[in-house]
Design a binder for this molecule. Structure first.
Ligand SMILES: *Cc1c(COP(=O)(O)O)cnc(C)c1O
Length: 396
């Protein structure tokens, strides 16, 4: 099909290809398991966010199937019309309890959760949205859709944050919201939420933490970064996704009852995009239940994480500052990172290459994510292949 009016798209794609930014993702032929069939080949899968290995868990699948039988496959309505089912309310109630918050509100994704909160709370140029420079794209886009003035502080740099809070602009601001990822998605480091809390409340700002990579991963029973720092009752808004450790799809904001009700009346993704299918809400309820009862699953995730990182370090790889299952393996060159990933795949291991501009120049890397579903044998196999290919490419 040819449209002369769309010629520009071909030129854009050519440019992307030249810059090595054109994406052609690999395809999963199986469930999202620790060993999966990707592009037709069985490989150790170090690329998903399926931290708790529950995306294909029989207990979770059973609950989801029962929900389909009882409630059907979709809601065919937005929450505020007739898309709120009992099961959504139940999940909101249980999720609030999990997060030690008064209330919670569900959204269709982590992405729309960030957009919803930033846009709903930051509604005037007199409001100040203060964001870590490495925050997730959905926070950046949420900020773009908000009417607030935006200021960016250097990554986890409290002096840089303080300078913004002490500025004249900040002193005059009507509302101030500090936004940070709980765990940063490219580096796997944990935000210094305790120090951010100190500063925020000293200068009259409130905090929104995005726990996409922290919920189900850090804190007691996977309660996230607020629990990790024991800051219960001190962080105003906890955002997160139900699409990673929670294995389904969706997002949430856990906060006060009054703010939750406010968001439910004004947040545009809540008002203008349909609600989660009931099976998705049921999946999240099943995951919550497992997290409450089964402490082995988190223990396995962390044992695997420590084992994998130690072995890579022993082999001489630079795994950055990660403190979580997200493991960067530094390469320092986009092309080399791509070749590293391709060669590993041939050897039966899938770890994604991440190049500029997703990460800064010189910080190009592979990113490997360990899950509770990997066996030590899977990880030993992966490390052996990392060493083999790493040596061939002069990375170690
Ligand atoms: C993955 C991610 C999101 C997006 O979550 P989805 O549910 O996939 O839309 C938001 N914030 C952070 C920090 C993430 O890592």
């Amino acid at each position: 099909m040819k449209f002369s009016t769309l010629k520009f798209a071909g030129e854009e794609v050519k440019k992307l290809k030249k810059e090595k930014r054109f994406l052609s993702p690999r395809v999963l032929f199986s469930a999202q398991d620790a060993v999966a069939v990707i592009d037709g080949k069985k490989v150790v899968n170090l690329t998903s966010n399926n931290y708790l290995a529950l995306a294909n868990d029989p207990r979770v699948k059973k609950t989801a199937i029962e929900a389909v039988k009882k409630y059907g496959v979709g809601t065919a309505a937005v929450r505020t019309i007739i898309g709120t089912m009992k099961i959504h309310e139940e999940l909101e109630r249980k999720f609030a309890k999990f997060k030690n918050a008064e209330a919670s509100i569900l959204f269709q994704s982590g992405f729309t959760s960030n957009v919803a909160v930033c846009q709903s709370l930051m509604t005037s140029e007199d409001d100040l949205l203060i964001s870590d420079e490495l925050n997730h794209a959905s926070i950046i886009d949420g900020g773009r859709l908000a009417k607030a003035t935006r200021r960016i502080y250097k990554h986890v740099d409290m002096n840089s944050l303080r300078a913004i809070l002490e500025s004249k602009e900040s002193r005059k601001a009507r509302r101030k919201m500090i936004v940070t990822d709980g765990v940063f998605s490219m580096d796997g480091d944990i935000a210094p939420l305790d120090e951010i809390e100190d500063l925020a409340h000293k200068y009259g700002a409130f905090i929104m933490v995005d726990d996409a990579h922290a919920s189900g991963v850090i804190g007691k029973k996977g309660k996230g970064s607020v629990d990790h720092y024991n800051l219960h009752g001190k962080i105003e808004i906890q955002i997160g996704t139900l699409s990673k450790a929670f294995a389904a799809v969706g997002g949430y904001a856990a906060t006060t009852k009054i703010l939750r009700d406010y968001l439910a009346s004004v947040a545009r993704p809540f008002l203008f995009s349909s609600s989660q299918p009931p099976s998705v809400a049921a999946t999240c309820l099943a995951v919550l239940d497992i997290l409450m009862k089964d402490s082995k699953i988190l223990k396995r995730l962390w044992e695997n994480t420590h084992f994998f990182k130690e072995e890579l370090k022993k082999a001489g790889f630079d795994t950055g500052k990660s403190e979580t299952p997200i493991t960067p393996i530094m390469v320092g060159d986009t092309k080399k990172a791509i070749i590293f990933s391709q060669n590993l795949f041939k050897e039966g291991v899938f770890a994604l290459s991440i190049g500029y501009p997703t990460v800064p120049k010189g910080k190009e890397r592979l990113r490997a994510i360990v899950t509770a579903g990997h066996t030590i044998k899977d990880l030993e196999f992966a490390v052996e292949k990392f060493i083999k290919v790493g040596k061939k490419l002069n990375i170690i």
